[in-house]
Design a protein around this ligand. Structure first.
Ligand SMILES: Cc1cc2nc3c(=O)[nH]c(=O)nc-3n(C[C@H](O)[C@H](O)[C@H](O)COP(=O)(O)O)c2cc1C
Length: 264
């Protein structure tokens, strides 16, 4: 490779900056160059990260890392710690270049009560309008983050109802073929869970292992979240310093969000 054309695209991913350019000799070949300095780079062969000669591969390596991220918040109080966690996570995701969308379930008045209409809907493949709206949100998301406070070592009723009603049989999963295989495409999944307890309390009593099994192996595996991560924000009712460190962690989680695993 002896020369480079002008840069034709810039990509920012997890605070790393990439430039896309094509070579003079082989215009169908593209170079992805990482820039980590403080002045504009003079592209050189030594800076080359990867060469893509196939447009589909190029799109994969460039744009798959930028995601549309849906954050689902369950808290009635806009001034709550959980709301602040959701905001920090979204700020981090935006700083990484992702687009963000918030489903604020209480503010939007989502009805979490599973009902006869849902049962009939399942039976006749007639999804009710509020469930269809949530499913459309999920359809356009590449990554999903759920934020809810830990209640009685489990989910508050709003999140539970949102999952029961929205992630329906035949749409999210069917258990007819491989029970490990979701009907949904893989999505990066994160659970940010403020909890009053300390980490040693949750680990020693087995609560953390129970949640890992029920949520990470179970529920969110069924929904095709891959990779998936449970981040319990211990001591959420503690000191200001403690709470600030949890907010910083939430921001970092958004900033360093992993891309979805490729579909098999
Ligand atoms: C009904 C209820 C149940 C709770 N159950 C638990 C629990 O099982 N384990 C725990 O660590 N904290 C528990 N907590 C504490 C909450 O997780 C904590 O208050 C919350 O994370 C604080 O965040 P917020 O200000 O956004 O509500 C509970 C709180 C309430 C109100």
């Amino acid at each position: 490779m002896t020369g480079l054309n002008p840069i034709c695209a810039i990509l920012i991913e997890n605070c790393r900056i990439f430039f896309l350019t094509s070579s003079y000799l082989e215009p169908s070949e593209y170079l992805l160059i990482e820039w980590s300095g403080f002045t504009l780079p003079r592209p050189s062969v030594g800076m080359e990260l990867s060469v893509c000669s196939d447009h589909r591969k190029l799109n994969n390596c460039l744009w798959n890392s930028l995601m549309h991220v849906l954050t689902v918040l369950d808290h009635p109080n806009p001034a709550s710690f959980s709301a602040a966690v959701a905001q920090q996570f979204m700020d981090g995701a935006k700083a990484a270049g992702h687009s963000v969308e918030l489903a604020d379930l209480h503010a939007e008045g989502f009805d979490p009560l599973w009902s006869m209409a849902d049962i009939d809907g399942d039976r006749h493949a007639a999804t009710s309008a509020d469930v269809a709206k949530e499913q459309a949100r999920i359809d356009r998301a590449d990554a999903i983050c759920l934020v809810f406070p830990l209640f009685w070592w489990g989910m508050p009723s709003m999140t539970k109802g949102w999952i029961d009603r929205v992630w329906t049989w035949g749409w999210a999963y069917d258990q007819l073929g491989d029970p490990e295989q979701s009907l949904q495409r893989p999505r990066s999944g994160v659970l940010l869970i403020p909890a009053g307890a300390r980490s040693d309390e949750m680990e020693n009593e087995g609560y953390l292992a129970a949640l890992e099994t029920a949520w990470i192996k179970g529920t969110f595996g069924y929904f095709g979240f891959s990779p998936r991560k449970l981040e319990v924000l211990y001591g959420s009712t503690g000191s200001l310093k403690r709470r600030q460190s949890l907010l910083d962690k939430s921001y970092q989680t958004g900033l360093t969000l992993a891309p979805p695993q490729r579909a098999k």
